[in-house]
Design a protein around this ligand. Structure first.
Ligand code: B12
Ligand code: SF4
Length: 494
């Protein structure tokens, strides 16, 4: 079977910052099993979809949706496929949680629920033997206007999958400069996470399972990417990076000889102080910790259960070891009170963290929160992707789920955004204002790589974000004082 796997565009100017690893994994598995798979990433390729379909002439077209911004382009591709009478399947985190919304479009024939390697392989095998797809586990499809599910698919043993075949994509298109490296790529060592935070998609998508990939596969991939493309850094995009000590020691031992800079996002509870030295010695230069809230009450409520006192010590130890600690907080959580928010701010300000990431809460359709809020009638069920995109402004998100003032949330986010942008704390190798330098470098790369028009659109986007951050951080001094975002606490640009 010939399968075209398409990564849809986000918007006109945005270039993907990551290889489409999900599609690449599907394509590598299909190729290993003697099917013809092509990955076409509309965020980097220029050819029209019409031209690609005519040239490759696929039997099936698959699209990956992991963010709302992609659904319009996914529709455009699917409608084009329909004109050629080619069946279309949508997959990815977003549609796995909302299959009926995807199937409401006429041009979408199937939705893959959860991971797709084995599902796609069985589709290809059934196609070749002339059988229908309707008894393949892990699918949703329409039957006389009704959505039908073919049943839950077992999780695959990841050693059954081949190493990612990077000859199917153009890795150079995805290099990013990040803190200490210029040619960083996203890779992953595992799938899923055994925790069950109520705001996260993992609970439903991975059913709180955690599976490791064979390290030999990762080693082969790194070797290939260094030798053929000069990769000099890795961002491990695992949900739960290095779930235990043994995994961490084995991974660090593997990474030492490559002499790369690397970083990861992970749960802070998993580490001890001495782990950071081991990680630093193998090239780790940044770690992104999901702390989410400084309120013990909220930690329990969202089943995150970070031990805040321990987290504080570990963040300091991480920085001492020369690794930039990037701490993530979510503000505007369901049931969050002003007292909780004040605790989060006071906790964040007490951290020895290099960089902060304050995210405004948005209900993930795949999460336990979504189910509960809909049940309690505090959240409208999502009825279409269009309605879902329209529900994003914070005023709408916050209304009904907590007692916070949306303006306060904007001010807090803006202050931390600027704080991080200008931060020049010593983070070992990272030098002065690493984020500001990075944004300037990215803008330059965008000018050189993607052309003048793209540069102007990106510049416009950055200017909008930047000016809005300046507005919120300058125009509400009372709010800033209320949350301690003052000069004395290091918010010196004001
Ligand atoms: C790298 C990454 C990105 C990259 C690009 C991702 C890409 N092109 O693949 C960047 C940085 C651009 C990005 C952006 C965003 N991301 Co992101 N991202 C990730 C991350 C860290 C890794 C994704 C990955 O590569 N996984 C590994 C591969 C193997 O798994 P996979 O992608 O899930 O693919 C499997 C299945 O989903 C399925 N599948 C996927 N596509 C298809 C297609 C078909 C046809 C089939 C059959 C199956 C199938 O099979 C694949 C193989 O098993 C995940 C978290 C995670 N660890 O998964 C978040 C994640 C996907 N992102 C998320 C979010 C929210 C976003 C943003 C909205 C953030 C923001 N506020 O801007 C944007 C959205 C982008 C947009 N504008 O639409 C959420 C999605 C939540 C949800 N329920 O939708 C996640 C899960 C993080 C989280 N924990 O909340 N992201
Ligand atoms: S937020 Fe992080 S720790 Fe919690 S379930 Fe999701 S991936 Fe796991």
């Amino acid at each position: 079977m010939k399968i075209l796997l398409v990564n849809p565009k986000f918007n006109k100017s945005y270039r993907a910052t990551s290889l489409p690893l999900g599609l690449l994994s599907l394509a590598s598995y299909l190729k290993k099993n003697n099917h013809q798979a092509m990955v076409f990433d509309r965020t980097v390729e220029k050819d029209s979809i019409d031209k690609v379909i005519r040239k490759f002439s696929p039997d099936l077209i698959g699209l990956s949706l992991y963010g709302l911004d992609t659904y319009k382009d996914a529709l455009h591709v699917s409608k084009t496929a329909q004109k050629f009478f080619i069946p279309v399947i949508w997959g990815g985190v977003l549609v796995s949680g909302l299959p009926d919304l995807a199937l409401a479009y006429d041009c979408v024939d199937y939705v893959c629920l959860g991971e797709g390697e084995q599902t796609m392989l069985e589709m290809a095998q059934n196609f070749d033997s002339g059988q229908s797809f309707n008894d393949i586990a892990g699918l949703a499809y329409k039957d006389q206007g009704k959505v039908k599910f073919t049943g839950q698919r077992e999780f695959l043993d990841l050693s059954k999958l081949p190493p990612l075949d990077f000859s199917l994509v153009k890795p150079n298109e995805y290099f990013i400069s990040h803190l200490d490296c210029e040619k960083m790529l996203y890779l992953y060592t595992s799938k899923g996470c055994h925790f069950s935070c109520t705001f996260c998609y993992n609970n439903k998508f991975h059913q709180s399972t955690f599976r490791k990939r064979p390290l030999s596969h990762l080693e082969e991939e790194i070797n290939y990417l260094i030798k053929n493309h000069g990769m000099d850094g890795i961002y491990f995009s695992d949900e739960l990076f290095c779930g235990n000590k043994k995994d961490l020691e084995e991974l660090c031992a593997l990474l030492v000889p490559f002499n790369l800079s690397w970083g990861a996002q992970t749960a802070i509870n998993l580490f001890d102080e001495e782990d950071f030295e081991l990680m630093y010695a193998s090239g780790c230069r940044w770690l992104c910790f999901g702390i989410e809230s400084g309120s013990g009450r909220m930690q329990k409520k969202m089943k995150k259960n970070v031990d805040l006192e321990r987290a504080k010590k570990l963040v300091a130890a991480c920085e001492r070891a020369g690794i930039a600690a990037i701490t993530n907080f979510i503000i505007g959580l369901p049931g969050e009170s002003e007292e909780d928010l004040l605790k989060t701010l006071s906790f964040a300000l007490s951290l020895k963290s290099s960089l902060f990431n304050f995210i405004l809460y948005a209900v993930d359709p795949c999460s336990e929160d979504y189910q509960r809020l809909v049940r309690e009638k505090r959240q409208e069920p999502y009825r279409s992707f269009k309605a879902l995109s329209a529900s994003r402004p914070v005023e709408k998100v916050v209304r009904g789920i907590n007692e916070l003032n949306p303006k306060d949330l904007y001010v807090i986010r803006a202050c931390f955004m600027l704080h991080t942008f200008f931060a020049d704390k010593n983070t070992g190798q990272s030098g002065k204002a690493p984020f500001m330098v990075k944004v300037i470098k990215d803008a330059w790369a965008s000018l050189m790589g993607a052309g003048f028009l793209n540069f102007i659109t990106s510049l416009f986007y950055f200017a909008k974000v930047f000016l809005s951050a300046i507005f919120y951080s300058l125009c509400f001094p009372k709010t800033r004082r209320k949350y301690g975002l003052t000069k004395e606490n290091g918010f010196s640009i004001f």
